[in-house]
Design a protein around this ligand. Structure first.
Ligand SMILES: Cc1ncc(COP(=O)(O)O)c(C=O)c1O
Length: 391
């Protein structure tokens, strides 16, 4: 099976950028559809179910499209789950590292699957579910304790991790009421990392896999990224499904929205301090926080790393944070106030993580439908949105 992601510069390529109410995130519906078609093909080939991990992408104006292809959503707690119920429907899965009693009371009336992070939490959840009279399938999140990634901040298998139950903590427990198992160990990884994880899951938790009805393999599968080994993923899912006679769920976030969106910003000023500096109307800490957390330098359309083009700038946001620096770039022309800069691949883990620190004006949220030549601003933000979050 081929992979789908094409060059990111194709995203919104037919859109005249002067139409965009910058600053704005713009999601290209044709690219989103392309990712979803690929995920639907994986579902068919592997015989599994795929959920949207809302933590990675929750621009719910796109949910009517996404729900045509995927089986439901996974949420990290009551608020995401409520969004799923209101805007997505289908299967509602919720996992939280720790549900409060209030969380349980909120999600139990409508969730379909709950995954718990400790045996104590699971038993508490079962009590609440029994009292509610609803049928909800429950799972434990297990930790196979096999690290396959390079970034400790995104590795739930690091020693001392609070995410997922190691085998030693299940010793002597009666788990006969369990419907499923859940693991999430990957981040932006290929199917070979899943293979390594599954070997550990099978060797440590194989006795439980024979007893449960479903296995949720979490997210972090870079399924729609060019070069992803989809055939291996399909083989692995089929192997587990057939060997243990269970339903397999995948819950990617990034793979749904990768290569689908841009952030359109403007240069507000240029200044000089030993080098050329550009100050933009977007901020890395407010609008692209993953660039600081991962960290990585986002691509700008038409620009290159230092030395590629004659005009070199260090770009930063209009906040007071000295470290609100996006990176060093070179451009074919000197930058001028009002120039529009396009940050590539800015749909996933951006809108969901943004803040209004410093009262920086918040980018609008737009959809671009190239088939209809239609640009829709689905949300713009005002001073009142900033004010009302704070008191
Ligand atoms: C439990 C769980 N499921 C799914 C995901 C989605 O991962 P990704 O967006 O990398 O596919 C995450 C991400 O942190 C997660 O913690």
């Amino acid at each position: 099976m081929s992979t789908v992601a094409g060059p990111v510069h194709e995203v919104c390529s037919s859109l005249d950028l002067s139409r965009v109410p910058a600053p704005a995130f713009v999601v290209d519906l044709s690219r989103l559809r392309r990712n979803l078609e690929h995920l639907a093909a994986v579902k068919t080939a592997a015989g599994c179910r795929i959920l949207l991990a809302q933590k990675g992408f929750s621009m719910w104006a796109t949910y009517p499209l996404i729900r045509q292809y995927l089986d439901g959503t996974c949420s990290s707690g009551p608020w995401e789950a409520m969004l799923a119920r209101e805007k997505f429907g289908k299967e509602i899965h919720v996992y939280s590292p720790a549900f409060t009693d209030e969380d349980l009371a909120e999600v139990i009336p409508f969730a379909d699957h709950l995954s718990f992070n400790s045996v104590r939490q699971w038993r508490r959840g079962l009590e609440f579910i029994r009292r509610s009279g609803r049928h909800i399938e429950t799972a434990l999140r297990i930790n196979p304790q096999v690290s396959t990634g390079d970034h400790a901040i995104y590795d739930p298998c690091v020693p001392g991790s609070r995410l997922g139950i190691p085998l030693s903590e299940l010793k002597g427990e009666d788990l006969s009421a369990l419907d499923g198992l859940h693991f999430h160990t990957l981040c932006e990884q290929n199917a070979d990392a899943l293979a390594t994880t599954l070997d550990a899951v099978e060797s440590k938790f194989g006795h439980l896999l024979h007893k449960v009805k479903w296995l949720n393999m979490g997210g972090g599968h870079h399924i729609t990224k060019a070069g992803y080994d989809t055939d291996l993923l399909v083989r692995l899912v089929k192997r587990i499904r057939e060997r243990y006679n269970l339903t397999v769920y995948l819950e990617p976030g990034e793979a749904i929205a990768i290569g689908t969106g841009i952030l359109v910003s403007r240069v507000v000023d240029t200044v000089h301090n030993a080098m050329n500096l550009g100050i933009l109307d977007v901020s890395v800490t407010c609008h692209m926080p993953d660039c600081l957390e991962m960290p990585y330098t986002p691509d700008i359309r038409g620009a290159g790393p230092q030395g590629t083009f004659p005009h070199h700038y260090r770009l930063g946001g209009g906040t007071c944070l000295a470290g609100d620096v996006i990176g060093d770039y070179s451009f074919p022309h000197p930058l001028q106030p009002g120039d529009r800069l396009v940050f590539e691949d800015m749909a996933h883990y951006t809108m969901v993580k943004t803040s209004m620190f410093n009262g920086v004006k918040h980018p609008a949220l737009c959809l671009w439908d190239p088939d209809k030549d239609e640009l829709t601003t689905v949300r713009s933000f005002s001073y009142e949105d900033f004010r009302d979050r704070l008191s």
